[in-house]
Design a binder for this molecule. Structure first.
Ligand code: RBF
Ligand code: MG
Length: 307
């Protein structure tokens, strides 16, 4: 799969591709239905299938002070896209100046002119250009073959990235997974911790810093699966603490995973941690001993969830 940030380079490599256009944060089931449809269009046209997306997420430009909200930070969006089997990702650099391009100009110059797509697939709520004035009609006006893919509904609700975010903020990773079509995951590298877990709590943990723009799911203790590197098939069970450790307060929330089994030094390894189920809130206990006992209980609860 090709990843480009410049239209010219992408168009040279994959001329006249079929483009599915959107922010695609989360690449949830609604996105994937549209991408599957676009794949069919691409096959029929004998063209490559490319996701055309925007980075950073426009919301970060329009509301720079907002709370972290990304379901899939850029690297993870690319990772999931690769697994969906698209031929390319074109991630246009979003900025104030970019946002200020008029809708007609964007359709004519940036899409038709630079990419000359065989077809363009957008979601029904997709808008683009200055004042969000661009829609399917504007694209058609630029001479593009446009297909509008309807939103996917489940249980009377539209599947959307914001609905997935609500589920995660509510501590419901299982409900989020149903909307995503896969478990929500946090990617990162294992950092050296202070060793307290192993020393005082009988529970060594791998510490993972959270991407600055990644959504903070409800703080608490979770049953998790962990995979190393880009391998998502082989996974290992564990129990994780996500939050600020009221017993030993942290300034920035982080993820600490206790992996079941015996492991050597994992510092530096790239991992993905999949949230399976929230077990409880973070707590403040009367003693380190009480926390230690609680952790042993969490471990057995997590094991039974994962089995
Ligand atoms: N820290 C807390 O302050 N309160 C908790 O309730 C809590 N529960 C934990 C449960 C598990 C399963 C694990 C692995 C860690 C938990 N921690 C909790 C974090 C613990 O304080 C931390 O791992 C050590 O201080 C080492 O950094
Ligand atoms: Mg640790």
């Amino acid at each position: 799969m090709l990843l480009h940030r410049q239209s010219r380079l992408l168009a040279r490599a994959l001329p006249r591709a079929v483009f599915a256009v959107g922010n695609f944060d989360g690449l949830h089931r609604g996105h994937r239905a549209a991408i599957d449809y676009a794949r069919g269009v691409a096959r029929e046209a004998g063209r490559a299938l490319v996701l055309l997306t925007f980075e950073p997420h426009p919301r970060r430009i329009f509301a720079p002070e907002g709370v972290p909200f990304r379901l899939t930070p850029f690297g993870e969006k690319v990772y999931v896209a690769r697994r969906l089997g698209v031929d390319g990702v074109l991630a246009l650099r979003f900025s104030r100046r970019f946002a200020d391009i008029g809708a007609e100009e964007f359709a004519r110059e940036n899409l038709k002119g630079e990419l000359d797509p065989a077809a363009v697939i957008i979601g029904e709520n997709f808008r683009f250009g200055r004042d969000r004035a661009g829609d399917a009609e504007v694209l058609r006006g630029a001479g593009l073959d446009v297909r509008v893919f309807p939103s996917l509904c489940e249980g009377g609700e539209v599947i959307s990235a914001s609905l997935v975010r609500e589920r995660l903020l509510d501590g419901q990773p299982g409900a989020a997974a149903e909307l995503l079509g896969r478990e929500f995951h946090i990617a990162g590298h294992i950092r050296r911790g202070d060793g307290r877990g192993a020393r005082e709590l009988g529970c060594p943990t791998a510490n993972i810093d959270l991407h600055p723009w990644l959504i903070r799911p409800a703080f608490g203790i979770y049953a998790v699966r962990l995979a190393f590197g880009d391998d998502s098939e082989r996974w290992f069970g564990g129990v994780a603490s996500l939050g600020v450790n009221p017993m030993f307060p942290l300034e920035e929330p982080r993820l600490e995973v206790h992996l079941f089994g015996r492991w050597g030094d994992l510092v530096g390894r790239g991992v993905r941690v999949f949230l399976v189920k929230k077990i409880r809130d973070e707590g403040k206990f009367d003693s380190v001993h009480a926390l230690k006992e609680q952790i042993q209980h969490d471990i057995s609860v997590a094991k039974s969830i994962l089995n």
